[in-house]
Design a protein around this ligand. Structure first.
Ligand SMILES: [Zn+2]
Length: 282
């Protein structure tokens, strides 16, 4: 990536987990589906490199050795090679782990935060609500919310800040989506997308030549989102709020309708794989 003081965005994937396709799409899903753990690398002028999520690395296996965290691995069997970890991908691009200034944590599910320990200089950002839940959830409750505290670096609590505290402006769009302006750069805004997980974040990347609405896990596939197909009700057990999940999808659909130039992407959607900077074997 050329550091020409222009904002830039690239997507990568680090590992995947498997789940039954008919849980995601009860109408036409068959067999098992691979959920790639996509993350994004941004270069932000005057700030430097910023990651949005981290994908999987080996740490996930270590963090899910014992009970009750092992339940997490049983529900979502995970596959990742060390060469696919974010740190390895960045090193191959000539970017050292300590050049990552911030990691934005969309939510605390293992496929989004497994590699936090690999970035010793990064400050962590997430919503105040997701942080409060991560702080208070213990034992079985934490696993139910998909929070694996074993993935946190030892100094996590000194390095984390809420996006509310560092935003220079917070607005609510006409579609009802809260947008956080930060890093003094209006081309990149975080978006508040609750439901799948408490206080989940996505982002809007908005430049003259590239417009992306990244919905993280607000839906699992573009197909189900665009057709209004909801996942099997069993996932309610793992979601933070089913009602918020539905409302968030409605707001994203309204945003997409009002902004025809935008590509709407979700972390685990097969369509997103077409946007990756590196090819992966599927
Ligand atoms: Zn998730």
């Amino acid at each position: 990536m050329v550091q020409n003081e222009q904002i830039s965005l690239q997507f990568f994937a680090s590992g995947y987990c498997e789940a039954y396709a008919n849980v995601v799409n009860p109408i036409s899903g068959k067999g098992k589906a691979k959920f790639y753990a996509v993350w994004a690398l941004l270069f932000i002028p005057k700030i430097g490199y910023v990651m949005f999520d981290t994908g999987y690395n080996d740490e996930f296996k270590r963090a899910t050795q014992g009970f009750p965290d092992r339940l997490y691995r049983w529900i979502t069997p995970t596959f990742v090679k060390e060469s696919e970890a974010a740190k390895s991908i960045l090193a191959a691009k000539g970017i050292a782990a300590n050049e990552i200034k911030y990691i934005i944590i969309s939510h605390f599910h293992g496929d989004h935060i497994s590699a936090l320990k690999d970035f010793p200089q990064a400050q962590f950002l997430c919503t105040a609500e997701s942080l409060a839940q991560a702080k208070s959830a213990k034992g079985f409750q934490a696993v139910k919310h998909g929070i694996l505290t074993g993935l946190f670096p030892k100094d996590f609590w000194e390095r984390v800040q809420s996006v509310e505290s560092i935003s220079n402006k917070i607005i609510t769009s006409s579609e009802g989506i809260k947008e956080y302006y930060l890093f003094q750069n209006e081309h990149f805004r975080l978006t508040y997308l609750p439901g799948h997980a408490r206080g989940m974040l996505g982002f809007i990347f908005d430049t003259d030549n590239r417009k992306i609405f990244y919905g993280t896990d607000a839906a699992w596939t573009y197909e189900t989102y665009s057709k209004g197909i909801l996942p099997r009700p069993i996932v309610k057990l793992l979601f933070d709020s089913w009602q918020d999940f539905i409302e968030t999808q409605n707001k994203i659909r309204a945003f997409e309708k009002n902004h025809p130039g935008f590509e709407v992407l979700f972390t685990h959607c097969p369509k997103t794989l077409n946007f990756l900077a590196d090819e992966i074997e599927t």
